[in-house]
Design a protein around this ligand. Structure first.
Ligand SMILES: *Cc1c(COP(=O)(O)O)cnc(C)c1O
Length: 223
């Protein structure tokens, strides 16, 4: 088995205080998650509803599951009863559906708005303009069962660290802007979820509060 314990501690030791680790366990077996759990890791991220369902049913119940993938509205109902955070909300439609399903469960679900800043065409997410517009229009204020806790983004998958850094900076500036404009009094609006295995040291320098790391902890994924 891959040495999850050693790699987890290497990652944890490299994170400054105040930056939380979401261990991205997609495509990895329960034994790997259990190994990290036994070292004290509690926050795990998954990107497929069915895989998450199986893992949630069979692993310790105090794991905090973050859904990090693109979420179809028809899948929200399956994760609403137990998910801790939905990280990649990129439309009002999805936000409304999360609110509806959370209400049915008698819960409030924490979410992040996913930004699209990277150059890659295929990535999901709100452009900065669309993010501003969604918040400006204000319907989200009436959704009592979702709580917007911050922003999430993925930088371009490139070697150019200046480009990556620049994208994180755009995200942080937007975070500061919307925080001041819409969430100045909301302590819970505090999360900047950026940084993956290949770029998290830069992300942390650029204000990340939550890194999403898979490969550096669990090794390469077997699809
Ligand atoms: C898979 C994934 C990660 C983790 O990627 P690694 O390169 O394995 O660290 C982070 N964020 C999202 C949204 C992902 O889908």
């Amino acid at each position: 088995m891959y040495d999850v314990k050693t790699h987890l501690h290497e990652v944890l030791d490299s994170l400054p205080q105040g930056v939380r680790l979401v261990a991205i366990s997609k495509y990895h077996p329960n034994a790997y998650i259990q190994a990290a759990y036994e070292e004290g890791q509690r926050i795990f991220g998954e990107s497929h509803e069915q895989e998450l369902r199986q893992k949630h049913a069979t692993l310790p119940q105090d794991i905090q599951w973050h859904f990090i993938g693109h979420l179809q509205t028809n899948k929200v109902k399956y994760i609403a009863p137990y998910v801790t955070m939905i990280e990649a909300v990129d439309s009002l439609k999805l936000l409304r559906e999360i609110d509806k399903q959370a209400q049915k469960c008698g819960r409030v679900i924490d979410v992040l708005l996913e930004l699209h800043i990277a150059e890659e065409e295929t990535k999901y997410g709100l452009t900065p303009a669309a993010c501003r517009q969604l918040l400006e229009e204000g319907e989200w204020r009436s959704l009592q069962h979702v709580r917007i806790c911050g922003l999430m983004m993925m930088a371009s998958y490139v070697d150019d660290t200046a480009q990556i850094r620049g994208e994180f900076r755009i995200a942080k500036q937007l975070f500061d802007e919307v925080k001041a404009r819409h969430f100045a009094d909301a302590d819970y609006f505090c999360e900047c979820s950026w940084g993956m295995s290949h770029d998290y040291p830069i992300a942390v320098e650029e204000g990340s509060t939550m890194v999403r790391i898979g490969t550096s902890i669990f090794g390469p994924r077997v699809y």
